[in-house]
Ligand binder design. Structure first.
Ligand SMILES: *Cc1c(COP(=O)(O)O)cnc(C)c1O
Length: 365
């Protein structure tokens, strides 16, 4: 008989991902959104999220928002850029492009710097742009482009933002919790992530860690009601953890458990686990002729894009099915020009899983 408590396969996808049994068990209790227990849980989560990226509680706060990660990106972009502001969006992948789509949808004054998907963002080009357009007030960038797995130079970009006194919005969706980030050192104004990535919870809400001063400037500026991060913040502050509209109570409970597990493991150790697993994966696949797309130097430990061997007629669909039969679910590629596939290694995934995966790939390719 099927064991209803265990997963049928390991998700090697960058969220939803394989969660622990403890996280899934936390879903078994119902909670009332008006109850103090639940609102205290929310406040507790808000505090612990700030803790992951800084000790400076005076300067930074956090806001939780219903929906997937993109809802928070949209919430921040549509709340933070005022009528007289101008946003510069840096993009080298699909998630950078999504920020462009968001800004377009809200008719926000913006400019775009697009870089090749396989190459890191070029700092000189950004600096030239900032110098040549004095109207730019805000910069938005993706830390880890999940499209390819490339890790952008956050230090360099944030240094420029600080040097020229810009407000910076960072989509750290697929990095926060899995890669150490110091929000104060980097001078980040808005740092966005969601419940179902490196913190290893289940999907249902996202959050933003904000510099309080930058957040205060959003007052009355939002272009939507439900994604207004300032109003959401005010409700949570004034009513001690109350979300404005119905919140995903079960997801929030599961997320609290996921935070327990992250605190137990520590961000640095989690990063080590991801890094080791990613290296085993890349080296193992190299041995059977499958190369990673991104240079080692710019590759993140979170998700990797692979190029299937050229001489075989590779079908992602068949490859996917064979791996699924053997207990692994992977991701298709997201590049326009090249047939690729992606393997994430975040979540409750350990060395033994990657070793079993390598054997399964060898058989499936
Ligand atoms: C997952 C992810 C998002 C959010 O995508 P959703 O589909 O809304 O969850 C945004 N940016 C990056 C870099 C991501 O990896």
């Amino acid at each position: 008989m099927e064991n209803i408590f265990e997963n049928k396969y390991v998700l090697l996808t960058p969220g939803p991902l394989t969660t622990s049994r403890g996280v899934r068990e936390a879903l078994l209790k119902d909670m009332c959104t008006w109850d103090d227990d639940y609102n205290n849980l929310t406040q507790n989560i808000r505090n612990r999220l700030v803790n992951i990226v800084t000790d400076n509680k005076e300067k930074y706060t956090s806001v939780l928002l219903q929906g997937s990660g993109s809802y928070v990106v949209e919430g921040v972009i549509s709340s933070a850029i005022g009528e007289n502001d101008k946003l510069l969006i840096l993009s080298n992948g699909a998630y950078g492009d999504r920020m462009i789509d968001i800004a377009k949808a809200h008719r926000i004054n913006m400019d775009i710097l697009r870089f090749k998907e396989t190459e890191p963002i070029n700092l000189e080009i950004i600096e030239d742009k900032i110098l040549s357009d004095k109207n730019i007030t805000h910069i938005a960038v993706v830390h880890l482009e999940t499209t390819t797995g490339i890790l952008n130079n956050l230090d360099g970009i944030c240094n420029l933002s600080k040097k020229y006194n810009k407000t910076i919005i960072v989509d750290a969706m697929s990095s926060m919790g899995g890669i150490p980030i110091n929000i104060e050192k980097l001078n980040i104004d808005f740092l966005i992530s969601s419940s179902n990535k490196c913190i290893q919870g289940i999907p249902g809400f996202g959050f933003v860690i904000c510099d309080r001063e930058a957040l205060k400037k959003c007052k009355g500026q939002a272009r939507t009601l439900s994604l207004d991060i300032y109003d959401q913040w005010q409700a949570m502050e004034k009513d001690n953890g109350k979300w404005r509209f119905t919140s995903p109570t079960h997801v929030v409970r599961a997320f609290s458990k996921a935070l327990d597990e992250l605190e137990e493991e520590g961000v640095c150790n989690r990063n080590k686990r991801y890094t080791q697993n990613q290296k085993i994966l890349v080296n193992g696949l190299k041995e059977i002729g499958i190369e990673a797309l991104i240079d080692e130097e710019n590759q993140s430990p979170i998700i990797t894009t692979f190029i299937p061997p050229l001489n075989e007629d590779f079908s992602f669909k068949k490859f996917y099915s064979k791996l699924k039969e053997n207990g692994f679910v992977i991701y298709p590629g997201k590049l326009t020009e090249l047939e690729t596939f992606r393997i994430g290694n975040i979540g409750e995934v350990y060395r033994e899983d990657i070793e079993r995966l390598l054997k399964a790939i060898e058989k499936a390719i």
